[in-house]
Structures are given as C-alpha cells and as structure tokens.
Design a protein around this ligand. Sequence first.
Ligand code: CA
Ligand code: CA
Ligand code: CA
Ligand code: CA
Length: 251
Amino acid sequence: MKKLFLSLLFITIFSSFALATSYLPPPTKSSDFDGDGRADYAVFRPSTGMWYIQRSILGFTAVQFGVSLDKPVAADYDGDQKTDIAVFRPSNGIWYIQRSREGLIAIQFGEAGDITQPADYNADGKVDIAVFRPSNGTWYIYDLAANQFSAFQFGQAGDIPVAAHYDGDRKADVAVFRNGNWYIQRTRDGFVGIQFGQAGDKPLPARYDSDHITDLAVFRPSNGVWYVNRSVLGFTGGRQADSLNNSPITN
Ligand SMILES: [Ca+2]
Ligand SMILES: [Ca+2]
Ligand SMILES: [Ca+2]
Ligand SMILES: [Ca+2]
C-alpha cells in the first residue's frame, strides 16, 4: 500500500515536467531526512510551498516551507547527517534553511538568475551554500560554518551546473553540462571532459549505485527516458548508455 501511494505521488509530481511519460526517475541516495542512513524520497511543490517526504524510519510527512517560485535546496547544512529542508528565493536571493540541529537561518547569497549548487566543497561534513551565475560563468561558494567566501570562473553562459562528487574524495567537484558534454573539475583527479547525453537533455547526476561516486545521468524529454552511466570513473567513452526505466520506488 505504501509503495502504491509513493508511486502515485511520484507520478503526480514528476508528470508535471516529464512530458507525458510513464517512466519514473531512478531512485537516488542523496536525501536522508531522518538520518538512518537510508534514502528518503521527497518532493517540493512550488505552487504551494509544500514538501512531501517519505522517511524510511519516521514515515510520511507533509511540511509547508517556502512559497511559490522558491527553489528547493534540501541538504545537510549543519552536519548532523540529517537532510535539512531549505529553499532559495530568487526574488530576494535569500536561502531559508530549516536546520535539523542548529535551527532556522536565512542568508542572502545570490540573485535572480543564479542556479543553486549546494554541496560540501571543503569536506567538513556540512553542505556549503553555492550558486552558479550563468551570465559570467562564475561560481560563488559560501562556507557557512567557517564564514568563508570564494568565487571563481568555471563554465560559460548557457551551461547547466552539475556540481557533485565525481572522484571519490570528500570534496564536491564543480562541473557543467553543455550540449551532451560534461566538463568536470575534480578536486583529486583533475579536469575531465566526458560525452554523455545530447543537447536538450536535462542532466541529473546522483549516486544511483552503492559507491560514493556520482553517476552521470540525463533525462531526455523527447522520449521520456532516463539514461544513467553508473560510476563515472569506469566510463571510457562510447559505451552504450544504460537505460533505467520504471525503477520501483523502494529503499
Ligand atoms: Ca532515511
Ligand atoms: Ca542537518
Ligand atoms: Ca562544507
Ligand atoms: Ca572531489
């Protein structure tokens, strides 16, 4: 019954941008709201500011946090292993973060047009606030815990930022997706360019398998299929994409 409900929930939510498809996004291992080490499935409905979260231990919850046009940026900002509900409001550039351990905080960082890229860039166990500004190809990163700011150029206008953990150290790597090409500045293994996907695809890198390396993945609106390349380090180029479809929404 729970599985059926989840499936219906995801069909409802994702059908809004999945362009009439029966395919579901593959499960990822990126959110854990109750801190039990198992992924929880969550969706944010921008029209109402409602969060719907299926937690592996604590069960289902619906929380109102945010307003229409806010962008969800849930992550573990206070380092207690529990994902924190959070939104970025483009109209005022403010991040509203409901931290599970350290409480609510509101921080102005970024502006309308910026693309949010929260990740743990310095491996202190806490996700850092970050945005990519397409107009100048610049990344702006703010380490909330240490109150340190950094900015550097990587990418160009039109790129889609896809920061994630691509080389297995604990520092997030900045990266951009450009018409089917991934340009990744890895903190340990250096720069790499990988072709995976094509122009028009929507990149959605995430950890789809059990290692700690982010897998390249794209959603192709034209046919409604997700393509996942498990483990970027093992990819040598030219290999047929693994297609995932109708993955059961289970933990
Ligand atoms: Ca969990
Ligand atoms: Ca937390
Ligand atoms: Ca950090
Ligand atoms: Ca790294």
